[in-house]
Design a protein around this ligand. Sequence first.
Ligand code: FAD
Length: 461
Amino acid sequence: MSDDTGKQFKIAMVGAGPASLYGAAKLAKEGHHVTILNRDIKHGGLAEYGIYLNKYKMKGGLRKMFSRILSNDLIHYYGNVTVGSEGSMTLEELQGMGFDATIVAVGAQGTKWLGIPGERAPGVYHAKDLVYHYNSLPPFSEQDFAIGKKVVVVGLGNVALDIVHWLVCEKKVEDVTLVARRGPKERACTPKELKLVSGAMDKDALRAEFDRIKENLESLGQDVDAEYDSLIKYSDVELETESHTRLNMRFLCSPARVELDEAQEHVVGLTCDKTLMTPPREEGGRPGVKMTGEQETIECDTVVFAIGDSIEPSIGLPLEPKWKSTFATVPEALEQFPDAPRYMVYDPEKEEPLWGTFVVGWARKASDGLVGKARADAETGVKEVLLYLNGELEQGPAESDLSMDDITERLEGLLQERGVTFVTYDSVKVIEQKELSLAKEKGVDEYKFASNQEMLSLLLK
Ligand SMILES: Cc1cc2nc3c(=O)[nH]c(=O)nc-3n(C[C@H](O)[C@H](O)[C@H](O)COP(=O)(O)OP(=O)(O)OC[C@H]3O[C@@H](n4cnc5c(N)ncnc54)[C@H](O)[C@@H]3O)c2cc1C
């Protein structure tokens, strides 16, 4: 089966997270070939290596779905292949293989820096690195992330709560303090995530914190007691493991400096500017934040920033010129989808689209929502890709005599020439089978190889 024009297109997708896989499923359903190149040996992206450790049911459901997608004969998987200036091949090389379109779905692999002193010191981490570490993604799984006894986690979204979950239930540290620039009502975590860690909450300390910020919350018309009650709603729910961690929260605090000891080797605190919220500019908007000029230092030996991630520019796409925080996409809305965001990449210098190059999922909008949102974004993006392929946009793909077999030969030839050990989906299944049998043998819910070496040597046997 192929599309309305009867043509069977060949599309390259970079990345194999939810955005890529759901997008690939749509394209394959229309009868097109999709070649997926993925940095990690195994597919799944953050659905495999981000979602919290023991959400087995959710991960299991996604794994089944992804396995169905990758079993489609029109989808060709290459794991252990990084695309970009520091990778196995550049994006230009990939595009030069003869594909009709390229979709970049690499997620948000960059680190968001606040630019404050001390943020790159040992003992200061970014949530994504820790999340990759505890979810056994090489090479993060092989790195040592020393965690002390008193940890400050900056941020109040679901990822921050996942980190707290790990610190409370797995690391069992003495003390965790969540720090947020705004107030409790502006938290971005779901009750479900809060419930998992509420058993560690220090209610007296939280009440004292609410007393400290009460005036500012009331000035915005917020009901202080209702907010307090909603935060402690699950504090009597037992933690999933026994832990003596005390969970505190500090609101209206903006990180200003990580304090280090004299040798500049160990974290001793996080100094924050105290803030006040100001009324939102527009109805229903988020309150603004202003500094009070006062500071306070929270004593700690480890700091984790859970403030969202950013895109990784080494993939080689142009950045939007103003903030350089996203890849540039074509500015004008499409006649066919006036309300949809644009997915085709744009060269701001030449002021023209990069015809045939698209970006979807967290690569298009970093840290934006859950798997369902990444899926919806990719599926909308694919509609735009199909318009392009079917010649319904100003410019369509160039005619090519290359077959899928020709392209595959060129691609594999280049990878072999570079000594890149690519991993097909059949090989991923061998790894997964072995991991399942090892989990059984060890009597654990899940077992994952912690290094690429272990996975690759299994395939050589
Ligand atoms: C800590 C955390 C917990 C989460 N928990 C949940 C949850 O419980 N439920 C839920 O629904 N959602 C959750 N999410 C959100 C969900 O994981 C994301 O919405 C989704 O994974 C985004 O999909 P994506 O495909 O755009 O990016 P990603 O999942 O990041 O996938 C990117 C893919 O690109 C590959 N890649 C990266 N760079 C390159 C390159 N240069 N070359 C080739 N390949 C590359 C990566 O290997 C990866 O396979 C969580 C996210 C985080 C960070």
